[in-house]
Design a binder for this molecule. Sequence first.
Ligand SMILES: O=P(O)(O)OC[C@@]1(O)O[C@H](CO)[C@@H](O)[C@@H]1O
Length: 307
Amino acid sequence: MSDDVLTVTMNPAVDHTVTVEEPLRTGAVARTDDAKFDAGGKGINVSKYLTALDVDAPATGFLGGPFGRMIRDRLDADGVPNDFVGIGDRTRLNTTVLGPEGEYKINHNGPTVDEGEVSDLVDRVRERDPDRLVVAGSLPKGVTTDAVDELAAAGDWETAVDTGGTSLTELDAAYLVCKPNREELAVATEMPVETTADCAAAAQSLRARGFRFVVASLGPDGALLAAESGTYHAPAVSVDVVDTVGAGDALLSGFLAALARGEDERTALKTGIIVASRVVGASGTSVPDFDAVFDERGDVTVSVVSP
Ligand SMILES: O=P(O)(O)OC[C@@]1(O)O[C@H](CO)[C@@H](O)[C@@H]1O
């Protein structure tokens, strides 16, 4: 067995997205008919988006309890291949509230995972022997960044990682790419991240710590790519934003989809920008229409940034 891309989500979540018409008020009940449930967690989102982009990208990680069953059922129904390790504890539910004041996101810390479950996951990844591995999302209790390094070093695959700012400073293995947002870039480098040039310098300094590429998501300011050949910026595409949940996962998915097609890193950055622009136009972490995404990349202008 050999997958093109295998994603690992050690702390998946059912993503519960509710929309309310009125601002939330303490002591008042907010009622709504608009609620949805998606199979979520960063690696799972990457599998969903890559599958829709025609890349073979099964999802693995840990699932347990009723929300774990819900995620598996949902992925099966949506045709996203998956092969999770069952755990004794319960998978979490994360909530996004979309209201007139903006977006609130509440993430549960998630279950506790034991050592035996971690070694089952490493075995599962070895069995599947992917070309590329994506380890994304927070780590559940009981799991440290040593497990991320172990997964990255357990075979000859290239590994993409998106496990949070602090974790990026603790990783020792060699990685293909990491995808911090602006805040995570600041946490990982302790450098200023006010301007695009600041972010470029921070991304290059992070890259020097063992990442071939750093793809930094800058929200409305687009994204940066730090590579050996230089640092590149692509602006965000102007779209009506419904919510930003999953935008970073979409950026990484587009980047990896282009690499899977044998395209260069600048084209991969453009692809990430277009895929992310589609995802922010849909609510929750549902898969939007990706029709013609590869054709639209010509509309994205990439510029060189001098840190
Ligand atoms: O708590 P974590 O693991 O950092 O993030 C989990 C999460 O917020 O990330 C995804 C969006 O990127 C959602 O599907 C999910 O709820």
